[in-house]
Design a binder for this molecule. Structure first.
Ligand SMILES: [Zn+2]
Length: 574
């Protein structure tokens, strides 16, 4: 989207995306015919401000010719002055000749679109592509949606922001905060494109973002919260601490460190209900779609009448407005200062972990004075560091609902290399004894091992039903569904199954547990698949490797420490 720079009667410099509206605006004396990017308009305004910090122009005192000044600035950006002409403005106020009836009907429709537009854009940060999609959703024209957006900007309830903006000697993407952008020469000036957030649509310095600053909720409201579960003792203690944190005006962030399978998400529901009643908007965010899809029915069930908005990359359902949103961290980039309370699940999981863009987006989706609670079973080192430094409050949830301790991994030292062709070792009998306890989930460090291991196990145990999967497997979902149904005796997997799945009775073996791909978090998560259900609260975890790595040691220590704390607090029986 492009803008026309205007010189106004009062001496100020303005802009509008609509040439025809400038022609009707009696405040505008002249405008520049060349359409400019918003980044350029903003840069001109900033430079004029620097040259005239006391705002003499605004007061009409300047003797300098503003047109000359502006052309000089544009030349500095590499524009050719001969391309640039000013047009004097002589407003003409002509109305259409439509019959009154037509006008009334059109007016009704416009009002409806305007109402819907305002509901759907509150608290949002949308690119032109997003606005065009919104136009289609509202069965409206791009131009009409642009006009509504511009109207809100003029009213002060929204702003335009260059999607990528010159900052210092470089650039910064305004959607995700990325500074390492790709620079390229556009027709008139240097431009830049952000690659970090392009998966949700392009972001370039020639583009613009519509940032709506209105609150998602209008105030306190009735909220029906009907939990379909009872908190365990461990959950109740954690839930009360979460509630204290949400109400405490002094703390901005907290970390809920839970045992794998302890039910950390439900612990937040009572606080979410309270926040919504108070008129505070709530976001549940997670890095991956499968977590969102898992939480959505639980939230909807416990907040039966509340219009929960579920946003993921593949969901066809569009945002409908409202104060409770469940979204992947990529979708969060489409909100700006929108939420009073954010529950960020699985903070240490891909793709959020290590992504500056998603972290920046999450922080900027929070309103001034808002709260972020990070939830995880395996905190990132930055998270633990912040706790240690006293910057983040720590809340613990060390026990599962069935009051049984977490299975502590056993280490089996292998004297031979653990490759599929070595499947005749002593641990074949161990896999066999694991199978007696339940179906076996076998984690391997590389995709290339999956097929050979399936064949190898099949050779050793011809009567077993064996299969495997990895991230790019086209049959992944159907296989995982069959795994959930307990159809396999043994299933070989990469770390794709380390999180988010509950498989009753499952036993875990990690092959080459000393491989660098298995850090302490992956190891704790893999071990955390075992013993999650009331019917099968125990089980075995076996690490097979030639040596014991620091990651393996840390994983065992974390699990033992959770059990010790749970025991001290009387939250487990054994
Ligand atoms: Zn970006």
């Amino acid at each position: 989207m492009h803008f026309f720079l205007t010189l106004n009667k009062d001496g100020s410099v303005g802009f509008s995306p609509f040439q025809e509206r400038i022609n009707q605006d009696s405040k505008v004396t002249s405008y520049l015919c060349a359409p400019l990017s918003y980044a350029t308009i903003q840069a001109i305004q900033e430079q004029l401000q620097q040259r005239d910090p006391f705002g003499f122009w605004d007061k009409g005192f300047s003797r300098k010719d503003p047109k000359h000044q502006i052309l000089k600035i544009l030349k500095g950006f590499g524009w050719n002055a001969s391309d640039l002409t000013w047009k004097e403005n002589s407003p003409s106020l002509e109305f259409g000749q439509d019959s009154l009836e037509d006008e009334d009907q059109a007016h009704e429709k416009d009002k409806e679109v305007e109402k819907a537009f305002n509901r759907l854009t509150m608290g949002r940060q949308l690119s032109m592509g997003d606005l065009r999609r919104l136009a289609r959703q509202l069965k409206s024209q791009d131009e009409d949606i642009k006009k509504l957006a511009q109207f809100n900007v003029e009213q002060g309830s929204a702003t335009w922001v260059p999607a990528v903006k010159p900052v210092g000697n470089g650039w910064q993407c305004q959607r995700c905060g990325e500074r390492e952008v790709e620079e390229w020469p556009s027709q008139y000036e240097m431009a830049a494109t952000c690659r970090s957030c392009e998966s949700i649509g392009p972001s370039t310095s020639l583009g613009v973002l519509y940032r709506d600053v209105r609150s998602l909720l209008e105030g306190p409201s009735e909220v029906i919260f009907q939990p379909h579960w009872e908190l365990t003792e461990a959950q109740r203690i954690a839930s009360e601490q979460v509630f204290e944190f949400i109400k405490d005006p002094c703390q901005e962030t907290a970390l809920l460190w839970a045992a794998c399978g302890a039910g950390k998400t439900e612990v937040c529901f009572p606080s979410a209900a309270w926040a919504l009643k108070e008129g505070k908007s709530v976001l549940f965010a997670a890095p991956r779609q499968d977590v969102i899809n898992d939480v959505a029915p639980r939230l909807q069930r416990d907040f039966p009448d509340y219009p929960l908005q579920v946003l993921t990359g593949t969901s066809s359902v569009k945002f409908q407005g409202g104060g409770m949103v469940l979204a992947t961290t990529h979708q969060v980039l489409r909100f700006w200062r929108a939420f009073d309370v954010i529950f960020m699940d699985e903070m240490d999981a891909f793709p959020y972990q290590g992504s500056r863009a998603l972290e920046w987006g999450l922080k900027h989706a929070l309103r001034q004075g808002g709260k972020i609670l990070y939830l995880t079973a395996t905190p990132s080192s930055e998270g633990l560091k912040a706790v240690k430094q006293g910057k983040m409050q720590l809340i613990r949830l060390p026990a599962r609902h069935h009051r049984t301790s977490l299975p502590v991994p056993m280490w089996e030292k292998s004297r031979h290399t653990i490759a599929p062709n070595g499947c005749t070792g002593a641990w074949v009998s161990q896999i066999k004894s694991l199978r007696i306890q339940g179906p076996v989930l076998m984690f391997v460090p590389k995709i290339s091992w999956i097929d050979p291991w399936i064949k190898c196990i099949q050779r050793c145990f011809p009567s077993w039903c064996v299969d495997g999967s990895y991230s790019a497997d086209p049959e992944r979902s159907s296989k995982i569904e069959r795994l959930r149904q307990g159809e396999f005796d043994l299933f070989v997997s990469t770390t794709i199954l380390e999180r988010g799945v509950t498989l009753p009775g499952i036993q875990v073996v990690v092959l080459e547990a000393d491989h660098p791909v298995f850090d302490e978090r992956a190891l704790v998560q893999m071990a955390g698949r075992v013993g999650r259900t009331r019917e099968c609260p125990a089980g075995s975890v076996l690490f097979l490797s030639a040596r014991m790595t620091p990651a393996m040691r840390t994983a065992v220590r974390w699990i033992e420490e959770q059990n010790r704390l749970a025991m001290e607090l009387g939250l487990i029986d054994a």
